[in-house]
Design a protein around this ligand. Structure first.
Ligand SMILES: CC(C)[C@H](C(=O)O)[C@@H](O)C(=O)O
Ligand code: SF4
Length: 469
């Protein structure tokens, strides 16, 4: 009998092409997602070396970061810099024979929403993209992580990646989530617990009853933010929920190929007794809805809590950095989270821009109005999400409540397109990063779940969604 292995061990072992004495491996890559920000130099490198894309059929390109979300897309992109980046990807995809979803394609959207939606993301695969939130795809039991631009070039040219194996970490969330508490709160709580460096050097497998009970959308939210906990990738073993989600996706295997794939996918779980280098256990029943207060995703507190006092921190460097965060955020220790007023609300991003997120938010705002002091918008994660939401009438609910209903893209998740916070503006955001300037110069970001963001839009300040009527 061979030694028991983790899910990560299994996927890793199945993809090692070669290994040298110091443990550096060449790993086969099954799927490569490409967006306009991190690919131009990579394609240029290929062009200069006279190389081709090794496996165009395993590569998929889509524009997301730079596309405007307001304009009619047939009018073209007005912002010069954005237009150049978008056109470069279109040209590169054409020159190298890679499938490409342009801003006019219904399948266009945020790369991490598009992959799963198309069935391009499947269990047991190695998946890379020149983007840190590639960890999202780990929700399917795929080994998925972000790579840099020189690695993008390497994968385009060879369909392999040079990698050293990471350590195994287990995060188990036992029990059931209370009503009003979501996948977003789980992952914010985990990062609050382990810190932004807690997963460094590890691949995290998420397990336990609360994780098992999540939909695929919820699992993607959890894995999406694994990178914010410092880990290389996040993984959730595939199960019936996974298979059900994948079944009729355009690129999912069909017929006999489906049956064979399913047989393999069912082996993708950690063996009993497999070794984890680090283990963290949380109880779902104790989790509240969470709001971030600072400029790091680890700066989190229960919505029932208050802005903490950095003076309570022992470590001098950390204390100074948290004071700086409070100054940036324009907050004082002791302020109750529910007393913090917001100017903007952003519901979208690869963390929470999927159909289920929009359904949950719509339920909260139905028949209500966005506060007069707030400007709020909904940005579906893809054209398919947008279409589905409109078929269900969610757009009407949002528009009647006073939300803007936008075109798909990364939007205000990061200040790379026209959607930005103005200096000093405070935003309840369903995205994943709250660094200084992330949503715009001097903008103030509070990370929350879609239902918490929706409720804040109506109330004008944070509210405990568990009290919502
Ligand atoms: C622009 C891109 C390289 C970046 C990333 O790697 O994650 C972005 O998507 C982000 O979320 O900060
Ligand atoms: S939505 Fe945000 S986090 Fe996701 S890929 Fe786009 S910029 Fe990065």
């Amino acid at each position: 009998m061979s030694a028991p292995r983790t899910l990560y061990d299994k996927i890793w072992d199945d993809h090692v092409v070669s290994e040298d004495e110091n443990g550096t491996c060449l790993l086969y890559i099954d799927r490569h997602l490409v967006h306009e920000v991190t690919s131009p130099q990579a394609f240029e490198g290929l062009r200069m070396a006279g190389r081709k894309v090794r496996a165009p059929e395993k590569t998929l390109a889509v524009v997301d970061h730079n596309v405007p979300t307001t304009a009619d897309r047939h009018e073209g992109i007005k912002n010069e810099e954005s237009r150049i980046q978008v056109e470069a990807l279109a040209q590169n995809a054409k020159d190298f024979g890679v499938e490409y979803y342009s801003e006019k394609d219904i399948r266009q959207g945020i790369v991490h929403i598009v992959g799963p939606e198309q069935g391009f993301t499947l269990p047991g695969m190695t998946i890379v993209c020149g983007d840190s939130h590639t960890s999202t795809h780990g929700a399917f039991g795929a080994l998925a992580h972000g790579i840099g631009t020189s690695e993008v070039e390497h994968v385009l040219a060879t369909q392999t990646l040079v990698q050293k194996k990471a350590k195994n970490m287990l995060v188990r969330v036992d029990g059931q989530l209370p009503p009003g508490v979501t996948a977003k709160d789980i992952i914010l709580a985990i990062i609050g617990e382990i810190g932004t460096a807690g997963g460094t050097g590890h691949v995290i497998e998420f397990a336990g009853e609360a994780i098992r009970s999540l939909s695929m959308e919820g699992r993607m939210t959890v894995c999406n933010m694994t990178i914010e906990g410092g880990a290389r990738a996040g993984l959730i073993a595939p199960d019936e929920t996974t298979f059900e989600y994948i079944k009729d996706k355009p690129r999912a295997p069909k017929g006999k190929a489906w049956d064979m794939a399913l047989d393999y996918w069912k082996t993708l779980k950690t063996d009993e007794g497999a070794h984890f280098d680090k283990v963290v256990v949380l109880d779902a029943a104790n989790l509240p809805p969470i709001v971030s207060w600072g400029s790091s995703p680890e700066d989190v507190v229960s919505v029932q809590g208050a802005v903490p006092n950095p003076d309570d921190i022992q470590d001098e460097t950390k204390r100074a950095s948290k004071w700086r965060a409070l100054e940036y955020m324009g907050l004082k220790p002791g302020t109750r989270m529910t007393d913090i007023a917001v100017d903007r609300v952003f519901i979208g991003s690869c963390t929470n821009g999927r159909i289920e997120d929009l359904r949950a938010a719509a339920k909260v705002v139905e028949g209500k109005k966005v506060a007069s002091t707030v400007s709020a918008m909904i940005v579906p994660g893809s054209g398919i999400v947008k279409e589905q939401a409109e078929a269900e009438g969610l757009d009407k609910i949002f528009k009647e409540a006073g939300f803007e209903w936008r075109e798909p893209g990364c939007s205000m998740c990061l200040a790379m397109n026209d959607d930005r916070l103005k200096p000093g503006e405070r935003c309840a955001s369903t995205s994943n990063r709250n660094f200084e300037g992330r949503q715009g110069y001097k903008g103030r970001t509070h990370l929350v779940s879609p239902t918490m963001a929706a409720a804040a839009a109506v109330a004008g300040h944070f509210v405990d969604i568990r009290d919502w009527k």
